[in-house]
Design a protein around this ligand. Structure first.
Ligand code: PAF
Length: 298
């Protein structure tokens, strides 16, 4: 039997061992591994994360592993300061590193990229990716500069890890659309795959920030998804009916302060009269922001 080029060349692959998890802490460490894997015909499938890995991330990793070809499943873990605004939760964002590595091991991840802030943003690095007009709407209106921070780090991760495939959850739908647009507009040589939102049994979209909810807030939180589902259920009656039905459910829960509720085209332009559309909402519940969205067919 012919020896695998990877097994034979393990020493030149920065310690990469098929089937085992290796952690790389800087662009200088992971760059040569990634280049050698590509040269050996392997496809890196990257799940970019900020850690605090949950069932939603596990689902992204499972999709990455199921992709066709000689896949090397990879996860990046980096709490990106550039995408947090003043007064947001950068300092308290959960960082359970050992648990995250255990999740990666359990899910069969082979490469973890775990850089520090100065590895990603060395002194003087102030070039950023501008998201265009869509970056100022919806989430971008509530969190100015957020998507410039997201696209900048994602662009850097794509260059450093050089995946052929990258997986993002539909939970952060505007982020997914903007990353797909950046890849198209700037000719990144990779495919971005969107993965449906993973939900708790009561419908709440799983998010690392759900950990901030008090027990009472946790009970009210699924109202956001119920409102979106109520809207989607009357989609045959047109866009006004969708928005009215969603608003009626949201109005029942005064603890939820709605920041936006919008019906758009799938790419987030104006909603069509008929055909596929997206219903998106964000709301504050105490000190926590909840985001959600569902597909709608008008
Ligand atoms: O969705 C996230 O966790 C982050 O926005 C991402 C894509 C990892 C960029 O920091």
């Amino acid at each position: 039997m012919a020896a695998s080029p990877l097994r034979g060349g393990a020493r030149t692959l920065g310690g990469y061992r098929p089937g085992a998890l290796t952690v790389h802490r800087s662009p200088a460490e992971i760059g040569p591994v990634s280049r050698a894997l590509r040269a050996a015909g392997r496809k890196i499938a990257l799940v970019p994360t900020m850690g605090a890995l949950h069932e939603g991330h596990r689902e992204l990793i499972r999709h990455a592993r199921r992709a066709s070809g000689a896949i090397v499943p990879a996860v990046s873990i980096f709490v990106n300061p550039l995408q947090f605004g003043a007064g947001e939760d950068l300092e308290r964002y959960p960082r359970p590193l050992e648990a995250d590595l255990e999740v990666c091991r359990e899910e069969g991840v082979e490469l973890v990229f775990l850089p520090g802030v100065t590895d990603m943003y060395p002194e003087g690095a102030d070039t950023t990716v501008a998201p265009g007009a869509l970056g100022d709407r919806l989430e971008g209106e509530v969190r100015p500069g957020h998507f410039a921070g997201v696209l900048t780090v994602v662009a850097k991760l794509f260059h450093i890890v050089a995946p052929e495939l990258a997986f993002f959850g539909e939970k952060d739908y505007q982020q997914l659309v903007l990353v797909q647009k950046m890849v198209r507009d700037l000719d990144f040589p990779l495919s971005v795959v969107g993965v449906p939102t993973v939900r708790e049994p009561d419908g709440l979209a799983i998010s690392s920030r759900n950990a901030y909810l008090s027990p009472d807030e946790r009970r009210y939180a699924p109202v956001l998804q119920r409102a979106l589902v109520a809207g989607a259920s009357v989609s045959a009656r047109g866009s006004e009916a969708v928005l009215d039905a969603a608003r009626a459910v949201l109005a029942e829960e005064s603890a939820l302060q709605v920041e936006y509720l919008e019906l758009t085209a799938p790419e987030l332009g104006p909603a069509p009269q008929t055909g596929p559309a997206r219903l998106l909402a964000a709301a504050r519940l105490g000190g926590t922001r909840l985001l959600d969205n569902v597909a709608v067919r008008l």
